[in-house]
Write a protein that binds this ligand. Structure first.
Ligand code: C2E
Ligand code: MG
Ligand code: MG
Ligand code: MG
Length: 293
C-alpha cells in the first residue's frame, strides 16, 4: 500500500512539474505578443498620508489577462520574467512607457493624483541599457518624471551596490523619486538603506500585518522609521488592512500607508472614480506615540 501511495505522490508531483513547465513555456513564448497586444495592463492602488488624509499617489501593479489561462496575478509570471534579463527588460520598458503615458494623460485630464510608482526589478535596473531605456521614455513623456516614483523590487538580485547606487542617483537627477520595496524581507535591507540613494522605504507587509502580535515586527518598523529619518526618506507601510494596524503604525510615528483599508488595486476607471470621490478625513491617533525607554 505504501508503495502505491508513493507512486501516487510521484504522479501528482509529475503533473505539477508539467503544469509549471507549461506555464514557463507559455510565458517565454507569449509575453512579447501579450505586451504588444493589450493583455498586459496595470491596476492602481492608492497611498495615503494618515496625518492629513491627503493622497500621496498610487502604485501601478501589473496584470496579465491571458486569453486561455484567465487573469494572471504578478506572482504567476513575474518570477519567470525576472529570471530572464531579456524578458525583464522588455516588460520593464513597457511598464515605464505605460506609467509615463498614464501620468501624462491623467494630467491632461486635470486629475490631481500625486505620484505614480512603477515596480522595476533589480535585473533591469542593473542592465547596461537601463538609463537609455528610461531616457527614451522621458523623451516621449517629458512631464512624467516629476510625478514618477521608481520602486526597486527583487533586490536579492542586486549584485553590484555601487553601480546600482550610481544608476539610482542618475534616476533622481531626472526628478524621479526612488523607493526601496519590501524592506525587511530581503537579506540585505539594512545595507541597501545605507548605500542606496532613497526617497521612500516600503515596509514589507509581513511586518506591517504583525505589528500587533509580534515585537520583532514592531522593532523592524521602528528601525525603518529611524533609518528613514536619518536619510531624509519616508516610510510607506504596505498591506494595511484595518484601522487597528493604521493606529499602531501612527503609534510608531509612521504616517504613510497603502492597503485594503483604503482600496484594493483598482482598474484605471475605478481608480479615477475613487480619486474623484475621495474625501480626506483626519483621525487623530487613538494611542499615544511610542518611545523607546
Ligand atoms: P509589491 O510591489 O510589494 O506590491 C504589493 C502587493 O501587495 C500587491 O500584490 C498588492 O495587491 C498587495 N496588497 C496591497 N495591499 C494589501 C493588503 O492590504 N493586504 C494584502 N494581503 N495584500 C495587499 P500584487 O499586485 O499581486 O503584486 C505582487 C508583487 O508582484 C509586487 O509586490 C511586486 O513585487 C510584483 N509586481 C507587481 N507589479 C509589478 C510590475 O509592474 N513590475 C514588476 N517588476 N513587479 C511587479
Ligand atoms: Mg511594489
Ligand atoms: Mg512592496
Ligand atoms: Mg511585497
Amino acid at each position: 500500500a505504501a508503495k502505491g501511495a508513493g507512486r501516487h505522490h510521484w504522479r501528482l508531483f509529475g503533473r505539477e512539474m508539467a503544469r509549471l513547465a507549461k506555464r514557463e513555456y507559455l510565458i517565454h513564448q507569449q509575453l512579447p505578443t501579450a505586451i504588444s497586444g493589450s493583455e498586459i495592463f496595470l491596476h492602481f492602488q492608492p497611498q495615503i498620508d494618515l496625518s492629513d488624509g491627503s493622497i500621496i499617489g498610487a502604485e501601478a501593479l501589473v496584470r496579465w489577462q491571458h486569453p486561455s489561462m484567465g487573469l494572471w496575478s504578478p506572482q504567476a509570471f513575474i518570477p519567470t520574467v525576472e529570471a530572464d534579463v531579456g524578458l525583464a527588460r522588455q516588460l520593464g520598458i513597457f511598464l515605464l512607457q505605460s506609467t509615463a503615458h498614464h501620468i501624462t494623460r491623467w494630467h491632461a485630464d486635470g486629475h490631481d493624483f500625486g505620484r505614480l510608482s512603477v515596480n522595476i526589478c533589480a535585473r533591469h535596473l542593473q542592465h547596461s541599457c537601463f538609463l537609455d531605456d528610461l531616457d527614451e521614455v522621458l523623451e516621449r513623456y517629458p512631464e512624467a518624471a516629476s510625478h514618477l516614483t521608481l520602486e526597486l523590487t527583487e533586490t536579492n538580485a542586486l549584485s553590484d551596490l555601487d553601480k546600482s547606487a550610481r544608476i539610482l542617483s542618475e534616476v533622481r537627477n531626472r526628478g524621479i523619486r526612488v523607493a526601496l520595496d519590501d524592506f525587511g524581507s530581503g537579506y540585505a535591507s539594512l545595507q541597501y538603506v545605507r548605500e542606496l540613494p532613497l526617497d521612500v522605504i516600503k515596509l514589507d507587509l509581513q511586518f506591517v500585518q504583525n505589528l500587533e502580535r509580534d515585537t520583532e515586527a514592531f522593532a523592524v518598523g521602528y528601525a525603518a522609521l529611524t533609518l528613514a529619518e536619518i536619510r531624509g526618506a519616508t516610510v510607506v507601510a504596505e498591506g494595511v488592512e484595518n484601522q487597528r494596524t493604521a493606529d499602531l503604525w501612527r503609534r510608531l510615528g509612521g504616517h504613510a500607508v497603502q492597503g485594503y483599508l483604503f482600496a484594493k488595486p483598482l482598474s484605471e476607471q475605478d481608480w479615477l472614480a475613487w480619486l474623484q470621490g475621495y474625501e480626506p478625513t483626519v483621525r487623530q491617533p487613538t494611542i499615544p506615540r511610542w518611545r523607546p525607554t
